[in-house]
Design a protein around this ligand. Structure first.
Ligand code: MLT
Length: 218
């Protein structure tokens, strides 16, 4: 495990267990883990390991502080985002992922984000603004962070939305809007409803695990 503050973010990088394959064209999966408000780069490591133990992991800490709680972009109040900051932070994070892919030698075509809440929201934003850095995403409790002026073409990208039926922060309507936006981008999008609130439950992990093994076999 490497802990570093290079390339603009405190982060953890864990190389997958099959190092020798790196010389043969970076065939393996890398998970970019994006935590929720108040989390850090350690938070989702267990989740990434459960979802795909053979993948490499890149886990940055969000740089915006809200009452000392790390986030990936500023918000004005709950669910009301600072769109200018979100755009800047999305490009900054995408640049970071790109630099890490050169430095740690992983393939962006085999890289997916796993985001929870605020982390899922910036992952959506990166898919809209900088789709070249992700081949797909698992989005737990994601919102529509903004509606892009022109939708990107996300043909061949794969997206799993895992939403909570009793989520007080992300309404059913919001989730359905996000799902139909992604469908308009041509992404292969799956929506799964969990019997849960904003928090993750065991079923989120099971659904994500089988989605990864079906869509991104290592
Ligand atoms: C956000 O700010 O991204 C969403 O409201 C989710 C959260 O972090 O609470």
């Amino acid at each position: 495990m490497i802990k570093s503050n290079n390339f603009g973010f405190n982060h953890i990088f864990i190389n997958s267990s099959h190092d020798k394959e790196y010389d043969e064209g970076n065939k393996k999966l890398t998970l970019v883990l994006l935590h929720g408000t108040g989390g850090n780069e350690e938070d989702l490591i267990f989740l990434g390991k459960k979802i795909e133990p053979n993948a490499s992991i890149l886990s940055p800490r969000g740089k915006v502080l809200e009452n000392n709680m790390p986030r990936f972009f500023r918000r004005l109040s709950e669910g009301v985002f600072d769109i200018e900051d979100l755009h800047i932070r999305s490009h900054e994070l995408a640049d970071f992922i790109q630099k890490c892919s050169f430095h740690y030698k992983f393939n962006l075509e085999k890289t997916i984000a796993i985001g929870f809440s605020n982390g899922a929201n910036i992952a959506v934003s990166m898919l809209f603004l900088r789709p070249e850095v992700l081949q797909g995403a698992i989005l737990f409790r994601a919102m529509v962070p903004f509606i892009p002026e022109s939708l990107p073409n996300l043909l061949n990208k794969k997206i799993l939305l895992s939403a909570g039926v009793q989520d007080p922060i992300v309404s059913r309507n919001e989730t359905e809007n996000l799902y139909s936006l992604f469908q308009k981008t041509n992404a292969i999008t799956t929506l799964k409803w969990q019997p849960s609130s904003h928090n993750l439950i065991q079923k989120d992990i099971l659904v994500a695990k089988s989605w990864v093994s079906n869509n991104f076999p290592v």
